[in-house]
Design a protein around this ligand. Structure first.
Ligand code: SAH
Length: 458
């Protein structure tokens, strides 16, 4: 490390920005977040700086000998004149200020990091100038990870520190804070229930200890495979989970997002081959939650699409356990994105149907023939192995052989495959392209095709 990160005290101190242009304004924008007094040393100000001075938040000043950098914690220098920059840097340094000269690393005592601001929680990212663009990319990732409400909660905890020190015995204090920053109050605050969160914290302080953990079950959509197709909420739940039950279709890449010490259980559900019967899964997730653990039931795609979510929700509710559903990107949406072809197209397909090619043994298969209507787009899940029957059934119901079809397998994973066909060649195309489970059959009956067929008949 050629530089060492520290946080500078700003309260009651001054930041002097030398220069009145765009660069100076950019630094002023950063300093504005602090409690420092801002002094702009320049004759002419760009409109943003002028507005800042007019608002009273910053003061414009002229050079004034030794006074110029009195009580200055930090100075940014960008006058546009190299000689003046150098002279001001020397003066500021002599007055004890930390110096940053824009675009002159050789004249800098310190460099500005990329900042993620959840005041009072602040994350600073530096690359020692080696890769500023990487620094900003990391900032973007951290921004996504940290709730905008995090700072509010940290500030609340800060206000309660004395009360905690007074009421919670020293031996239990660490456990208390762990609960405070991961438990129910924390989650309530992040969900926007700030008052409830404060009340929970205060009740626990009055009680003298953190409450016993309450179990919770989240049915979380893992999306089609790629790890950046999860929602932020899904990632958050995986980070909070004590145990994760996942289906075979969930990509290993996605499991990497789980908290490192969470237990992971492969319940190995696949179409037609249930390693674990559903009622066993229901019992297990409930039993874990009843032990006070946070359970994530991780399902491929969206939990609400062919995910047997209702059974798990019912089991949780029957046991009085709080249950939550976190939506995910369903395979059909991911397939549409992959194809760059929308699921609905104005004037051509204005109804979109999700259906399945495989049902529970003993259940009647869905009546696909009823869907064979002009203007309908159909995404068939769990259908690739039954493509020939599906094709025959739709054809028998009058759907033209020329209807366009796309077959998209393992979308958004390394094994992704795709083929275009028509309804008449669908099963043959799948066979020839070697496409296998999991795949979406995306079958469309455009209105224009129906009109053409009608003309041909007439
Ligand atoms: N809940 C899931 C669907 C589960 S049923 C969702 O919303 O996507 C399993 C079926 O989903 C598979 O047979 C296949 O049709 C589809 N599927 C799941 N992941 C897929 C993927 N990555 N690519 C294509 N189809 C997929």
């Amino acid at each position: 490390m050629k530089t060492f990160p520290m946080f500078l005290r700003m309260d009651g101190r001054r930041v002097v920005i030398c220069g009145g242009g765009e660069e100076a304004a950019r630094k002023a924008r950063l300093v504005l977040k602090t409690s420092a007094e801002i002094v702009v040393l320049a004759d002419r100000l760009d409109p943003e700086l002028a507005a800042l001075v007019a608002s009273g938040r910053a003061r414009q000043a002229a050079e004034n000998g030794a006074e110029t950098f009195a009580n200055t914690a930090l100075t940014f220098i960008a006058t546009g004149c190299a000689a003046r920059d150098r002279r001001l840097a020397g003066m500021a340094r002599a007055a004890g200020a930390v110096v940053n000269v824009i675009d002159r690393p050789d004249l800098c005592d310190a460099f500005t990091p990329s900042i993620v601001d959840r005041d009072p929680v602040v994350v600073a990212i530096g690359t020692e100038g080696a890769a500023p663009v990487l620094g900003r990319a990391i900032k973007t990732e951290v921004e996504a990870m940290l709730s905008p409400r995090l700072g509010g909660f940290a500030a609340l905890a800060g206000r309660l520190r004395d009360a905690v020190a007074e009421r919670i015995p020293r031996a239990q204090r660490r456990g208390f804070w762990e609960w405070a920053f991961t438990g129910e109050a924390f989650r309530a605050h992040l969900d926007g229930r700030e008052r409830a969160a404060a009340e929970m914290l205060k009740a626990a302080i009055a009680e003298g200890r953190a409450p016993a953990a309450r179990g919770h079950i989240a049915l979380v959509g893992a999306g089609p495979g790629a790890r950046d197709l999860l929602t932020l909420r899904a990632v958050q739940r995986m980070q909070q989970a004590d145990v994760i039950f996942y289906d075979r279709l969930v990509d290993p890449e996605v499991l990497e997002l789980a908290r490192r010490d969470a237990d992971r259980v492969d319940v190995g559900k696949e179409v037609g081959a249930c390693a674990w019967p559903q009622d066993r899964i229901d019992r297990l997730i409930v039993a874990e939650a009843l032990r006070g653990r946070r359970v994530v039931r991780l399902k491929s795609g969206d939990p609400s699409v062919f995910g047997r979510a209702s059974e798990e929700i019912a089991a949780a509710e029957a046991a009085g356990i709080e249950v939550e559903v976190v939506p995910g990107i369903t395979a059909a949406s991911a397939a549409a994105a992959r194809l760059r072809r929308p699921l609905t197209e104005r004037g051509e397909t204005d109804s979109f149907v999700l259906t399945t090619g495989t049902c529970r043994p003993g259940d009647a298969a869905p009546d696909l023939g009823a869907l064979a209507r002009p203007g309908t787009a159909i995404a068939v899940y769990m259908g690739v192995a039954r493509a020939a029957e599906i094709e025959a059934e739709l054809r028998a119901a009058g759907m033209p052989a020329a209807c366009p079809v796309d077959i998209v397998a393992s979308v958004s994973t390394a094994r992704e495959g795709h083929a275009s066909a028509t309804l008449g060649t669908m099963s043959e195309t799948i066979r020839r392209a070697g496409l296998t489970h999991p795949a979406i059959l995306f079958i469309r009956y455009p209105k224009s095709l129906a009109a053409e067929e009608a003309r041909a008949v007439a």
